[in-house]
Design a protein around this ligand. Structure first.
Ligand code: NAP
Length: 206
């Protein structure tokens, strides 16, 4: 299965590429700049392409651009994405001396992406820090995934289950994305307070 990482040249995209490549997925690192994509891809032994070419040729599209570019990037790739399932990992954060806050937007980034493309949007992996995800081994933590399209969610749950050594857990409809995106701010505050790379572990689920 071919997975396009749109904006995959950043820390999260590169970490996800490591785990997906290891799990046997065909990974394409996308970038706004073809040369930057090639350089990043060569580092990992995968393929590089412009975001548009990567999206057009993929079975799954993961939007790993900087969070505040995710909706506009999705809009610009609408034709290239078509009906391909899309995973949104983005969470908008604002930083102040009191701590880190989630966005004040009333809808999640994932829902705003769904408004501008035709393919089904799934949200997930927000709690996986790039530093944990891209380590020598898959991180020992759970990850939450949500979405409205059952077939697309099954594909993403399988993918998510292969990039952690914990579990990929179905967190319900796409409306849950607002809470999952907000959880990122909670985790960053925990990391700052304890100088940690915290992750999630859900108890009571077999
Ligand atoms: N970092 C983490 O630990 C972590 C954890 C969970 C989820 N996430 C999510 O993962 C995503 C990527 O995080 P990151 O830390 O890797 O981000 P990042 O390094 O800041 O950006 C990733 C890539 O996005 C592209 N980009 C930058 N500005 C853009 C714009 N205005 N429009 C389109 N593309 C743009 C750049 O690629 P090109 O210049 O090559 O196009 C850049 O390499 C974010 O949505 C974040 O919320 C991150």
């Amino acid at each position: 299965m071919k997975v396009a990482l749109i904006g995959g040249t950043g820390s999260f995209g590169m970490a996800l590429a490591v785990r997906l490549h290891e799990a046997g997925y065909a990974v394409v690192i996308g970038s706004r700049d073809a040369e930057r994509a090639q350089t990043a891809a060569q580092e990992l032994g995968v393929t590089g392409a412009t975001n548009e070419d990567a999206a057009r040729d993929a079975d799954v599209v993961v939007l790993t651009t900087k969070a505040d570019g995710a909706v506009e990037t999705a809009r610009s790739l609408r034709d290239a994405i078509g009906r391909t399932p899309v995973l949104s990992v983005a969470a908008e954060l604002s930083f102040s001396k009191e701590g880190v806050f989630p966005t004040s937007e009333s809808t999640s980034i994932a829902q705003r992406i769904q408004d501008v493309i035709d393919g089904p949007v799934i949200a997930g992996l927000h709690s996986l820090a790039a530093a944990n995800l891209g380590g020598d081994v898959a991180p020992d933590e759970d990850t939450l995934v949500c979405g409205d399209d059952a077939d697309a969610k099954a594909i993403i749950l399988e993918l998510a289950g292969k990039v952690t050594s914990g579990r990929a857990i179905d967190a319900g409809p796409l409306a849950s994305a607002r809470a999952l995106e907000g959880m990122t701010a909670v985790i960053v505050n925990v990391n700052k307070r304890y100088k940690a790379h915290a992750g999630l572990r859900v108890t009571g689920v077999q």
